[in-house]
Design a protein around this ligand. Structure first.
Ligand code: GLC
Length: 641
């Protein structure tokens, strides 16, 4: 054995000892086995990022001790669930999950109130609930809770940590996995770490990126983009108490954490695992791409980001192995795929990632009237590694971020701003004759191409007043987009209020917020009036709810393939997106405003196949010929006796 190997063995033994010593004597043998399974890989990942920092060895020992403490205090019920899930690591891909994403206050008032809405979620077929940030947020403006002031406390208006535990177990009993945000990139300027740093605590100052003058900030600005170019231009904020400039990618009150400083990693891993021990089953890793800064780059998607996330995953596997990580990386799809892990990290990073490119390309296709962008995007996207899958969605609490389509548009030889700008203008209702009523986000002149806001109902042209007549074509557009998300996704997400076809937020009480940040347009409170219309089977809410439950039911069909491998089928009609899923199902999506004829036999889905789901797909005299109405959807599956 060489000197180096000997050294490593010795260190691992010490780490093992620190981890295991946190358990009671009766549980030590199990803890040792758990360490032997994951502990060495974690050490390797931490060494890859932090190996060169002073005091690395001792720091690592404290990390393992903390992980041991967290693992030893995990409840018996959660440990049992971990064990069950270990037997089937792709459990979330096989159960045909359907997710729902909501703000606690807008959806249920409080965490306890969310518990009272479980029946609503079950009626919809939901088994995965993503609650947007509910931890204690900054006083005043808080970016919808994304400026976290404490990882230890729930936002007082929403409840307590005990309420969170109660809700997590209520959801578990109802077969729903709870997903929570973990804001990785920054904390609020009133978080104790920031306050201590501002008060002169030198150790805490290292938690942030602070610059005495503009020299380095200006050098970074030469290549770094802007998330909110209008409301928060630039990436640095002058903070007199810090004696200089602080890196603030998002709003000035959100201070980026310095992940090059090992204690930041340890503190965030601790925060995540504490919440996992409260019963959170999935973490949405908010703004994951931004964790590592490198001069001369965009300061996103750096290799260290992937090493950090793989290290975080290893921490989770050591302490709470049943828990999933989901990357929120709103970057071009090719780069999002990397969040599943590449090369030696393949399948070892996040199990889930948002398919933001598919979402944006589907909206652009709706505006363009042909399926070119999603077709290309799906053809270019490799299947995720084993036991990993896409989270697909139509709308979310954020804008439709158009930048994710830049490489796709440019690869097609198009000018991004002209092409995608036209699609955005259409969705924002700026094109004559457009059915859509969205709004531009963060464009200085209201005409550039940054993001678009609005609820799905407004973007597809459903009526603003829920009891007004519904144009069948508008409903088909709504169904088309959700059907595509349900078709491609491992976990399709329904966005709060979309099941009721809620329109963009026009509540006068929210007008100020909408004016400050247009994303509040898609954050209306769940409408009790719409819930009443749903229960009496009337208007938009009844129609959209019925459409979604039909999709959920079709997706739960016994022959739905569990693997998320999809492939695009060529067709001469540019309006049609035809996607095969496994060998037994085929989806046809008409993105054009015109009828389309399809011959099912020639697509190989005629004889021996039947409809799994159909919206606007008229049967012609010949059984195999279908007349697809504008924006029609047709899912076919092989018939089994
Ligand atoms: C994510 C969130 C977004 C927030 C940002 C900063 O992108 O989805 O709402 O503004 O992170 O935390």
């Amino acid at each position: 054995m060489s000197e180096a190997q000997h050294q490593e063995t010795f260190e691992l033994a010490a780490l093992r000892q620190r981890f295991v010593s946190m358990f009671s004597v009766a549980r030590r043998a199990a803890a040792e086995r758990q360490f032997d399974r994951v502990g060495p890989a974690l050490a390797e990942r931490l060494a890859a990022v932090y190996g060169g920092t002073a005091g690395f060895g001792e720091w690592m020992a404290t990390v393992y001790e903390d992980l041991g403490r967290l693992a030893a205090t995990r409840s018996a019920a959660l440990v049992a669930l971990d064990q069950q899930r270990a037997l089937q690591p792709d459990w979330f891909l096989r159960q045909h999950m359907v997710g729902y994403s909501a703000y606690v206050d807008r959806f249920g008032g409080t965490l306890a109130g969310v518990g009272e809405r479980i029946d609503h979620l079950r009626a919809l077929g939901v088994d995965y609930l993503h609650l947007l940030p509910f931890l204690q947020a900054r006083q005043g403006e808080s970016d919808g809770g994304f400026a976290v002031s404490s990882f230890e406390h729930v936002e007082p208006a929403l409840g307590t940590m005990d309420d969170l535990e109660t809700l997590a177990s209520q959801l578990q009993e109802a077969g729903i996995s709870l997903c929570a945000d973990l804001v990785l990139n920054h904390v609020a300027d009133d978080h104790p770490w920031a306050q201590a740093a501002a008060a002169g605590d030198a150790a805490m100052r290292q938690f942030f990126h602070v610059f005495p003058d503009r020299i380095l900030p200006d050098a970074y600005e030469a290549t770094v983009g802007e998330v909110f170019p209008q409301a928060a231009p630039g990436n640095f904020s002058q903070v007199p108490a810090m004696g200089g400039w602080v890196w603030t990618t998002f709003y000035p009150f959100q201070w980026d954490l310095n992940y090059a400083h090992p204690p930041v990693f340890a503190a965030i891993a601790h925060a995540l695992l504490q919440l996992a021990n409260r019963g959170v089953k999935v973490f949405r890793l908010d703004s994951a791409p931004f964790l590592w800064k490198r001069l001369g780059t965009l300061c996103i998607n750096q290799p260290e980001v992937h090493q950090i996330l793989a290290a975080l995953r290893a921490c989770v596997e050591l302490v709470a192995p049943g828990v999933l990580l989901k990357a929120e990386a709103i970057v071009p799809t090719e780069q999002v795929s990397a969040y599943f892990g590449r090369d030696e990290l393949r399948g070892r990073e996040c199990q889930l990632a948002y398919h933001s490119g598919l979402m944006a390309s589907a909206w652009a296709a709706l505006a363009e009237g042909h399926a070119g962008l999603p077709k290309q995007l799906l053809a270019d996207t490799p299947p995720p590694p084993e036991a990993c899958g896409w989270v697909t969605y139509v709308r979310c609490h954020d804008d439709i971020v158009w930048g994710v389509l830049r490489p796709l548009a440019e690869a097609a030889g198009e000018d991004f701003s002209r092409r995608i700008g036209a699609a955005a203008a259409y969705l924002e209702g700026r094109t004559p004759g457009s059915f859509a009523r969205g709004a531009a986000f963060q464009t200085l002149d209201g005409e550039g191409v940054h993001g678009s806001n609005g609820m799905a109902a407004a973007l597809v042209g459903l009526p603003e007043h829920m009891l007004d007549d519904i144009q069948p074509a508008a409903l088909r557009r709504y169904v088309l987009l959700y059907a595509l998300a349900f078709w491609v996704g491992a976990v399709p997400l329904i966005y709060m209020g979309d099941e009721l076809g809620q329109y963009s937020n026009t509540d006068p009480a929210d007008a100020g917020r909408v004016a400050l940040d247009g994303r509040w347009l898609q954050r209306p409170a769940l409408s009790t009036e719409a819930l009443a219309a749903l229960s009496s089977g009337r208007g938009v809410p009844a129609a959209t709810f019925a459409a979604l439950t039909a999709l959920v039911a079709a997706r739960r069909h016994q022959h739905w393939p569990s693997a998320s491998k999809v492939s695009v089928v060529a067709h001469p009609n540019p309006g049609l997106l035809i996607v095969q899923r496994g060998d037994e199902t085929l989806g046809i999506f008409n993105f054009s405003a015109s009828h389309a004829m399809v011959d099912l036999e020639s697509l190989g889905v005629g004889t021996g196949w039947s409809d799994l789901f159909a919206s606007g797909a008229d049967v012609m005299t010949s059984r195999d010929l279908r007349k697809l109405q504008p924006w029609a959807t047709l899912w076919r599956s092989r018939t089994h006796d």
